[in-house]
Write a protein that binds this ligand. Structure first.
Ligand code: ADP
Ligand code: 5GP
Length: 286
């Protein structure tokens, strides 16, 4: 076998530099996928023109998607028939189509709505009203938080232990999940998929990190941000609710400031000055 040609020191340095830039580019893409700033379809498009992106392993690409992880990435690849070491540039037309289909969730017929906003703005009040007065299917989340005095298991939340929540994550049973104010919250995947597939419009009442994950998996989801009429009104609602300890309320107000800053990421912003008006607006988007 002939030996490969010896590189000059300059050519070797240039090759090393090129490899370093490619690695940085791939790391940037993975971070952007995790943050929800780019979607799988964007990366597949980029891979056609950019060699560094084309050389990314499909397993790395999928497991970088927020909420996917190695186990689900592997099972999707098995389902589509993509070998574990395949790079994006080596994917066939059918495999590319199958991947795009997997992550655009096109079989959903109902519309997927996400309602987010700062704690105390009135999200659960609006969700309850919508459940009562429309045929929206409102998802019941799982949480590791302790139930409040007025909350009922299976109606307000499915209250899980940390171990139970870990198991749900390991079994890939959440469409999205996030940590918030010291507890974890997640939307059970199967009931949402079933409701959407049966043509129901679905509402997820979740915090902002979860909303970003949903947008990444289902770009067609309509992200609605509920804002308070004023900061003073928000403080008043949080205090008026009287379901949290003073420490927890203070923690939630701090978080609320960060949450308000996220409004621009959402498709629609609705001011909750009157619950019935918010419900009408949501129905008009359905
Ligand atoms: P979130 O689910 O966003 O944390 P809640 O639905 O628990 O908020 O509402 C917080 C408090 O604000 C509750 O006491 C609720 O009754 C009250 N509230 C909700 N919407 C309105 C509104 N439009 N006007 C006045 N009070 C409201
Ligand atoms: P609370 O403890 O006040 O009921 O909820 C705290 C925050 O968690 C709220 O912003 C609520 O919207 C959010 N939340 C509730 N369920 C879920 C869920 O399934 N996923 C995510 N990401 N957030 C949730």
């Amino acid at each position: 076998m002939s030996t490969p040609p010896k590189l000059t020191p300059q050519a070797r340095a240039a090759a090393l530099e090129k490899a370093k830039v490619s690695r940085q580019e791939r790391a940037f893409i993975k971070a952007s996928l995790k943050a929800g700033d780019v979607f799988l379809s964007d990366v597949l498009d980029m891979a056609q023109k950019n060699e560094a992106v084309g050389k990314m392993r499909v397993a790395d690409l999928l497991s970088s998607l927020s909420g996917v992880g190695k186990v689900r990435a592997q099972s999707i690849m098995e389902k589509i028939g993509i070998s574990p070491t395949r790079r994006i540039q080596g994917l066939g037309v059918h495999q590319l189509l199958a991947l795009r289909k997997e992550f655009s969730i096109p079989t959903f017929r109902g519309k997927l709505f996400v309602l987010s906003g700062p704690g105390g703005v009135g999200k659960s009040t609006v969700a309850k009203e919508l459940r009562k007065n429309s045929d929206f299917w409102v998802s019941i989340s799982a949480t590791t938080r302790e139930p409040r005095a007025n909350e009922i298991e299976g109606i307000d939340y499915k209250f899980l232990s940390n171990e139970e929540f870990d198991r749900e994550i390991a079994e890939d049973n959440f469409l999205e999940w996030a940590a918030f104010a010291g507890s974890r919250y997640g939307s059970p995947r199967r009931p949402v998929e079933t409701a959407l597939a049966s043509g129901r419009n679905v509402l997820l009442e979740i915090e902002i990190a979860g909303a970003r994950q949903v947008k990444q998996h289902a770009p067609e989801a309509i992200l609605v941000f509920l804002e308070p009429p004023s900061w003073e009104e928000l403080v008043g609602r949080l205090e008026g609710r009287a379901t949290d300890s003073p420490e927890r309320r203070a923690q939630r107000l701090l978080l609320a400031q960060e949450e308000l800053a996220a409004a621009s990421f959402f498709d629609v912003v609705i001011t909750n000055d009157q619950v019935s008006k918010v419900v009408d607006r949501l129905l008009s988007l359905a």
